[in-house]
Design a protein around this ligand. Structure first.
Ligand SMILES: NC(=O)C1=CN([C@@H]2O[C@H](COP(=O)(O)OP(=O)(O)OC[C@H]3O[C@@H](n4cnc5c(N)ncnc54)[C@H](O)[C@@H]3O)[C@@H](O)[C@H]2O)C=CC1
Ligand SMILES: O=C(O)[C@@H]1CCC=N1
Length: 278
């Protein structure tokens, strides 16, 4: 029999940790019409709690307690380094809930042992979720039912796009690619702004040109049927300006260095799982 997704509107949701990622997801949920009353955020920092209350009208708690009981979904949005003690602290109050973790590296085996539950989904979102343009990788443990997957899709879908991966280890690559990815884009924007200003543009003009170029190129790559290398070749006239730039990039080994950098991120995700897992 086909299971219907659990309706998001009747689910009480707890967030453990109320920082950047929690705020992005909560923002998406509120924008989709979820009532702030349905959401309880456990966040030890008073200023963060005040901000979340004012911005989203959610309930907040300074620490785990009875307020978590009866929540159907628990979103784990704390740093990997503190996940274990926080999970062990909350486990009794959240028994029976579906769990969604956004923490980099922390494996679902570790979570299952800390929480005594198999209903675990891991997500690797990214900060464009703050503006509804997120790209999230999802992985579900085998025991997660179709209705639970449906609920997770409804929640993460409020922040942008998502895709499922079949192997949990692939989430480390997702982390290196799209989780950390916005930082690479901002890094390139910084370099483009620097070069633009060195060539005489104002920082404002250079930044606007660089951001507009990223947005346009990303849209072109999304809509085009050709792969990125073909789109790149179309910009590159033999003996022209782009050719000069790309030759300089190749001579400096930029692509190889960039690929190495992403491998470093993937390895760090694995290490986080080893260091701070069960
Ligand atoms: N920032 C990013 O681009 C992304 C972050 N992530 C993951 O999301 C998770 C959270 O990251 P951010 O939101 O960026 O960090 P953040 O530092 O903004 O938020 C973490 C929050 O947890 C709170 N916290 C600390 N101890 C706590 C406790 N005992 N109980 C409850 N809350 C506690 C902190 O006060 C803080 O507000 C991390 O595990 C990270 O790996 C995943 C994808 C992208
Ligand atoms: O840097 C980090 O560890 C987190 C995970 C992906 C993006 N930020």
């Amino acid at each position: 029999m086909k299971q219907e997704p659990t309706p998001i509107a009747s689910t009480r949701i707890a967030f453990i940790g109320g920082g950047n990622m929690a705020s992005a997801i909560i923002g998406g949920l509120i924008q989709q019409g979820l009532n702030g009353d349905q959401i309880t955020v456990v966040e030890p920092v008073a200023e963060q709690r005040a901000r979340l209350q004012t911005q989203f009208g959610v309930r907040t708690e300074a620490a785990a307690g009875p307020a978590l009981q009866g929540c159907g979904l628990v979103v784990w949005a704390v740093k990997p380094q503190v996940f274990r003690p926080v999970a062990q602290d909350c486990a009794a109050q959240v028994a029976g809930a579906l769990h969604l973790s956004v923490a980099a590296g922390i494996r679902s085996d570790s979570m299952a042992s800390w929480l005594g539950s198999e209903r675990i989904v891991r997500a690797m979102p990214n900060t464009p979720a703050l503006v509804g343009q997120g790209m999230t990788g999802l992985y579900a443990r085998a025991a997660v039912a179709a209705a639970d997957r449906g609920l997770i899709e409804a929640v993460i879908g409020t922040t942008g796009q998502y895709l499922w991966v079949e192997r949990e280890a692939d989430l480390d690559a997702v982390t290196a690619l799209s989780g950390s990815g916005p930082a690479y884009v901002f890094y390139f924007l910084e370099a483009m702004r620097q070069a633009g200003t060195e060539m005489g543009l104002s920082a404002e003009t250079a930044t606007r040109l660089a951001i507009g170029t990223f947005a346009g190129a990303a849209r072109l790559a999304q809509d085009a049927s050709e792969p990125p290398e073909v789109l790149r070749e179309r910009v590159t006239s033999k003996g022209g300006t782009t050719y000069a730039a790309l030759s300089s990039l190749e001579a400096s080994g930029v692509k190889a260095a960039f690929v190495q950098a992403m491998h470093a991120a993937g390895r760090r995700a694995q290490e986080l799982g080893d260091e701070f897992g069960a």
